[in-house]
Design a protein around this ligand. Structure first.
Ligand SMILES: Cc1cc2nc3c(=O)[nH]c(=O)nc-3n(C[C@H](O)[C@H](O)[C@H](O)COP(=O)(O)OP(=O)(O)OC[C@H]3O[C@@H](n4cnc5c(N)ncnc54)[C@H](O)[C@@H]3O)c2cc1C
Length: 266
């Protein structure tokens, strides 16, 4: 039985700009050309925000001091809709089914693709150790032993159930072996715990990511999803500092961390 205690967070997709097409649009409209009008430099996320926001008033080449001032103004005035044009995608592995159940509750601006427990055999699946059990402290060994015993029982029950259902579910009722395997696994997964490791591809726009990080990076959030929210924030702050730089990360006495934005729910 494999135990996992830290999620892997991979930033796998990011925004890009077709500068030639932007230049063509600006030229056709007779407004100042790139780069004078679009002061975002080479950061595609900022550029997309500025191009989309300026289209509303056709204000290319006018206005704010620089891109930092421009984006700060959008955040502080909660003009968040232009952040919906900027998307980032992550692959998460080493996360539990309880984490992904919380993650998929986020609807606006999110897209998900998760490993199927009906198609994929879970006989050798890993389990995610809840962060509280990874802490050293009195009773930690006993708590870990209880968890491991429960997970071993679940693993054994899953394998036993797959075997037993092999006799219960007859081959002749299915068009394909795949359909029959799916029927067996979809029933057998009922004994798998929340701690079962899963993998998910999640894409969201900047407005949605900001809301997710605010909700799940807060003190009230579960420790596992909070840690992942902070890993995502760390990557996004490096990727798009102007769009995520107002989040402040602080340490709590319980050994966990939280993230708090200066601009809430833009
Ligand atoms: C600490 C914590 C504890 C929680 N506990 C529970 C719990 O016990 N039980 C439970 O069921 N859930 C619980 N949740 C989940 C929570 O209720 C939300 O479902 C989840 O956080 C997604 O938030 P959201 O709806 O704001 O996000 P999104 O779905 O991403 O939506 C973003 C925003 O878009 C707007 N929006 C989205 N959809 C609609 C809509 N249909 N109509 C109008 N406006 C919309 C809202 O302003 C919303 O805030 C908990 C969440 C947290 C952070």
């Amino acid at each position: 039985m494999k135990l996992v205690s830290k999620a892997n967070v991979y930033l796998v997709s990011r925004p890009s700009v077709d500068w030639e097409q932007v230049a063509a649009f600006l030229a056709d409209e007779g407004v100042p050309p790139v780069p004078d009008s679009i002061r975002a430099g080479s950061d595609a996320s900022n550029a997309i925000v500025e191009i989309s926001a300026r289209l509303c008033y056709m204000s290319y080449g006018r206005g704010r001091r620089d891109i930092a001032d421009f984006i700060h103004n959008l955040l502080s005035s909660k003009d968040g809709s232009v952040f919906e044009h900027v998307n980032y995608g992550f692959v998460l592995t080493g996360v539990s089914r309880s984490l992904t159940h919380e993650l998929v509750r986020h609807r606006a601006g999110f897209a998900f693709s998760q490993r199927s427990q009906r198609y994929v055999d879970e006989t050798d699946s890993s389990f995610v150790v809840p962060p509280a059990l990874a802490q050293d402290g009195e009773g930690a060994e006993e708590a870990s032993a209880i968890l491991e015993k429960a997970l071993e029982t679940a693993t054994d029950s899953y394998a036993d159930l797959v075997n037993a259902l092999g006799s219960v579910i007859p081959r002749e009722r299915f068009d394909s072996a795949t359909d029959r395997r799916k029927a067996i696994r979809q029933a057998a997964r009922s004994v798998l715990p929340n701690a079962t490791e899963t993998k998910i591809f999640v894409t969201a726009n900047v407005r949605a990511w900001r809301h997710f990080i605010e909700m799940r990076g807060a003190i009230y959030a579960d420790w596992e999803i909070r840690a992942v929210a902070l890993q995502i924030l760390d990557l996004l702050q490096k990727e798009a500092p102007l769009l995520f730089g107002d989040f402040e990360v602080s340490d709590l006495p319980d050994g966990t961390r939280i993230a708090t934005p200066e601009f809430s729910k833009v």
